[in-house]
Design a protein around this ligand. Structure first.
Ligand code: HPA
Ligand code: ZN
Length: 325
């Protein structure tokens, strides 16, 4: 396929952790600005450390890296750098996860984090023409009580984020543990989504749907192990925000050539392409599309459907979705 085809397609990104866009160069610059000593000699040493065996081995490094983020300006610079990459990849709309607990647990105020990220999003609307929403994601390896405290701190600012998510270590932390905090978030008008079926079993996807009442499943690739679940996802057009590079880096699939995204697409599932934590997984939106073209022989028709799905699955108003589809 002509790679310029999907580069020029307008796309929405729906599964992106802002802390996962921290490139080694910016990590060093922020460490210096904040007087922090990193346990790496240089950016090459950082890149060499990005060899993961599973989700947890990544999360350990990802949470450590986020330690350089201290001020609103740091969060602004991080977010702005990602938005410039969106511009390059013709990502015209993005729905961004942020993990407040990663920062509040280090003594950084929720407002400091939100101020910086939201400031960059507002500037990108004006200067880059990129629209966006924020999704507050709870860390599932921390207790329910911590999620409740985070929601309490966030609710006074709820006009500045559209939904709540659930991320971090999946196995052993089923969605049912967060049923009550999600109920409270939904009652406050927030849209629920959750990571499920990345490393966890199909049962976790069922729980996310039935107990958390999610509007999208993040990852969800293990749904293909459960034919009845697959049939339900297809029938309900429940979106799966799939992250091909992430799944290979974290050994969910051994090789991109083994990935199930296009077979799920062809079966009628509303799957989308996303970069998850692009600074750690080797590429942004278009690199993921390019990988699918190279390793899975993605056709132009499939690329067009993936891009259309990204708008269908977004939280944009219906008229705006239609305009891009
Ligand atoms: N899975 C779970 N938690 C995460 C991820 C992910 O892919 N990225 C950042 N936090
Ligand atoms: Zn993720």
């Amino acid at each position: 396929m002509d790679m310029t085809f999907f580069r020029n397609l307008p796309k929405a990104e729906l599964h992106l952790h802002i802390e996962g866009t921290l490139e080694p160069e910016l990590m060093f610059a922020l460490a210096e600005r904040n007087g922090i000593k990193l346990p790496y000699e240089d950016t090459e040493a950082i890149r060499r450390a990005y060899q993961f065996s599973n989700l947890q081995s990544f999360l350990d490094i990802y949470y450590a890296g986020a330690g350089v983020l201290q001020t609103s300006r740091d969060f602004y610079d991080l977010t702005w750098a990602y938005l410039e990459r969106c511009k390059e990849d013709n990502v015209v709309h993005t729905e961004i996860f942020f993990d407040p607990q990663t920062h509040t647990d280090r003594g950084i105020a929720f407002e400091t984090v939100l101020e910086g990220i939201d400031g960059a999003l507002a500037d990108a609307r004006k200067k880059l023409g990129i629209t966006s929403h924020l999704i507050l994601s709870f860390l599932r390896h921390l207790p329910e009580e911590s999620a409740f405290e985070t929601l309490e701190a966030a609710l006074p600012h709820k006009d500045r984020f559209i939904g709540v998510g659930l991320d971090s270590s999946e196995a052993g932390f089923p969605p049912e543990m967060f049923e009550r905090v999600f109920e409270k978030a939904r009652k406050a008008g927030l849209i629920p989504v959750a990571h499920a079926g990345e490393e966890g079993p199909p049962a976790y996807i069922h729980q996310a749907l039935d107990l958390l009442k999610v509007a999208r499943i993040d990852h969800g690739v293990r749904a293909s192990e459960d034919p009845a679940l697959m049939a339900r996802l297809i029938k309900e057009r429940m979106p799966l925000t799939v992250c091909p590079f992430s799944n290979v880096k974290l050994k969910v699939f051994e090789r991109l050539a083994d990935h199930n995204i296009l077979s799920m697409l062809d079966a009628g599932a509303c799957v989308t392409v996303n970069s998850d934590d692009p600074a750690y997984f080797g590429g942004y939106m278009n690199a993921n599309f390019e990988g699918l073209a190279r390793e899975l022989n993605m056709t132009e028709a499939q690329a067009r459907r993936l891009a259309a799905n990204s708008f269908e699955a977004s939280f944009l108003p219906e008229v705006e979705k239609r305009a891009w589809m």
